[in-house]
Design a binder for this molecule. Sequence first.
Ligand code: LLP
Length: 423
Amino acid sequence: MNHFELQGGELYCEDVALAKIAEAVGTPVYVYSSATLERHFNVLRDALTAAGLKDPLIAFAVKANSNVAVLRTLAQAGAGADVVSEGEIRRAIAAGVPAERIVFSGVGKTEAEVAYALETGVAEINLESEPELHLVNTVAQRMGKRATIAIRVNPDVEAGGHAKISTGKAENKFGVSMAEAERLYANASNMAGVRPVGVACHIGSQITDLAPLEAAFRKMRALVERLRAEGLSVERLDLGGGLAAPYFNQPTPPAPSDYAAMIARVMDGLPDIQFAFEPGRMIAANAGVLVARVLHVNARPEGRRFLVLDAAMNDLLRPAMYDAYHEIQPVKPRAGEPVVYDVVGPICETGDTFTRDRALPPIEAGDLVAFMTAGAYGAAMSSEYNSRLLAPEVLVKGSQFAVVRPRPTYDDMLAREQAAPWL
Ligand code: LLP
């Protein structure tokens, strides 16, 4: 469920007409709904607690949407943050996420990032390899600290979904094998600079079927039990993110209540464990849209009709990168028979195509369209390719809206560069 709906023939975000935002801020522009963000967070938390998983740590995956106002909205609802870089730690802190709710994941952390995380006092550093364990142990000891760590395990299950976002197979770069995890955990508990508190997994993204998650979670439970049988203390089990968001035209994702019930079933009777989660997409995807204006309707005599927008692949990369499907809705739909369009951006490569052969209500130059389900991995993945300015971001709450990342100016863009002395 989300808060982007037609009211009186035009698309609104909560109580604000998207056309009004486009008028005030220009296009392309990302628009987020506070109510949808909060709702998705609460639905997940309520489902987990109703299933009996006490006091779960729900660390929003900052990579999905790293806007500080979005993070603050979620932090105020009680979310933590799953971060993968110093930049993301800084964003989470700036948004008011308490350090004890920050989980530092990621395949390759630099020494400086580890030091920064320890200084900040993050709840847990998820380690993905033996060299990383040694790095954290060394840095922590040098700083006179003991790092709270978890070992990220690669449970070797096929999560389905797009190959570029599958992370749980043995051949992927993420985590260590079950056997390695046992060895590293035992080693870590004898190291002066680290304190292992748990194990973590994350098998992929946009997972529409509970079966691979269940298979992975069963393996994780067995691992916890083996570690405990060896006399090691395991307090936390981080089950990652990955639950799908309902993109239009895609298989319906499992309900959070079914996800929570499955976890409760798999973990039944496992005592004294806190569960952590790292959801990104299921919270943010349907909480955001990208609003663009149609620059031209280019009807070729031989038949194809191109809608040329002022948004491009630099603003929303997912269609070009993963062939992702985003529903496109006219902001003020016109009456009439559907027309088949190719929807493209102005960037000089064929990949800058959002969709081909999409039947939409009739559209004219100057109309506004909204890419739905763009709140996760939308703005966060945008770039200035073709020297296009980053699209601004707007947060809506009820009848109010605020620009939470302004559109930069061309002077801002140029000011980031400097001449080489010989030029
Ligand atoms: N935790 C870890 C360690 C992750 O690597 C990810 C996502 C998440 C949590 C959050 O997963 P989610 O709940 O959002 O599925 N750019 C791609 C998605 C990449 C996901 C990478 N890792 C896309 O636009 O589809």
